[in-house]
Design a protein around this ligand. Structure first.
Ligand code: FUC
Length: 343
């Protein structure tokens, strides 16, 4: 187990650090203090996620590559939210919706180093961010910790802890774009994907949930592993605005998600405490951005599997709320386990 740190760049007056968690076997994870961003997941000598090599690209291009997304991941449909009888005006950074915590989202903040730990079978780093009252319009000062742990069985866990001093909605996730091919120039459409979900959320033209629908006989049935492209017919109504999968799946009790590339033989298994995973396949990723290993971006280059609470829960009567109260504590955990089929 090994822990290292380097200087990555500067953002405003903050030095941005890169924290490197290495299990001395097959897995090295690089995390930036900027947005708690996973910049690289090196498994078996190859990088498996999309990332940039400078601070400006992370700030300006707003791809959310590898970042922690918050205070509320996903879209909130209304400008005004009413909490404990008080109206709050949210920042609207995507037309009339507040996407991924708004303009002042957690992804674009310099997080502080809290601690790092090494044990016989794991190495971890914990980052901290204090989100001020009314940041992007949300009520209450929220203190968040994100703990990243790399284990000797080639898994990575991310744990999120948060406290608030006023009732506020909170939903955190990590926005890594996975590509398990050995070559990031090859798209992810022939990755096999399995999602243990009996239903998904149908979306309106602004990608706001309308209702929960059974996956039975729809392209959203991933209960048995199938290639992402198998049923991705872009002429279908479901894909009209999203240009492919960009939908929340309601996970069954097992909460198991599996991604696999036949080309490399590499698989990723995800387990989570969250009720939902949003599947997004970089449908609208800007073209020709320069990635950290020299490749250029294109559509369907990465798969995001964003484990989280139900999107727009605050405004949808058919979905349970995600309000954190001062007496409560937010906790969420997702584990990402890498394997090579030939091992
Ligand atoms: C995902 C999607 C969005 C958006 C963003 C960058 O979370 O749900 O549509 O494009 O990522």
């Amino acid at each position: 187990m090994d822990y290292r740190e380097t200087y990555f760049g500067k953002y405003k007056n903050y030095p941005i650090r890169e924290y490197i968690l290495d299990n001395d076997k097959n897995l090295i994870v690089k995390i930036l203090s900027l947005g708690g961003t996973i910049r690289e997941i090196n498994y078996k000598g190859k990088n498996r996620v999309l990332g940039f090599n400078n601070v400006d690209d992370y700030i300006n291009l707003r791809t959310y590559f590898g970042a922690i997304v918050g205070r509320v991941a996903g879209r909130i449909s209304s400008r005004l939210i009413r909490i404990d009888g008080v109206d709050y005006k949210l920042n609207q950074n995507e037309g009339t919706t507040c996407l991924h915590g708004g303009q002042e989202g957690f992804s674009f903040k310099a997080w502080e180093f809290e601690e790092s730990k090494i044990s016989d079978n794991s190495v971890s780093v914990t980052l901290k961010y204090i989100s001020p009252n009314l940041e992007s319009g949300f009520p209450g000062e929220v203190t968040v910790f994100a703990k990243y742990t790399v284990y000797d069985d080639d898994s990575l866990s991310i744990e999120y802890f948060a406290k608030t001093n006023k009732a506020t909605p909170i939903t955190l996730t990590n926005h890594s774009y996975f590509n398990l091919n050995d070559d990031l120039n090859e798209d992810i459409l022939d990755h096999f994907l399995k999602i243990d979900a009996d239903s998904y959320l149908k979306l309106d033209e602004k990608s706001i949930p309308v209702k929960a629908v059974s996956v039975e006989n729809t392209p959203f049935d991933f209960k048995r592993a199938k290639m992402i492209k198998s049923d991705m017919d872009l002429f279908l109504e479901d894909f009209k605005y999203t240009k492919g999968y960009d939908h929340p799946f309601i996970l069954n009790v097992e909460k198991c998600i599996e991604l696999y590339s036949e080309k490399s033989g590499i698989s990723l298994n995800i387990e989570t405490t969250e009720p939902v995973v949003v599947l997004y396949c970089s449908n609208k990723l800007e073209k020709d951005l320069l990635l950290s290993n020299g490749e250029k971006t294109f559509n369907y280059q990465g798969v995001c599997l964003e484990t989280q609470w139900y999107p727009d829960a605050l405004n949808q009567d058919f979905l349970p709320d995600n309000i954190l109260k001062p007496e409560g504590e937010y906790y969420s955990k997702t584990i990402y386990r890498f394997k090579n089929i030939s091992d």
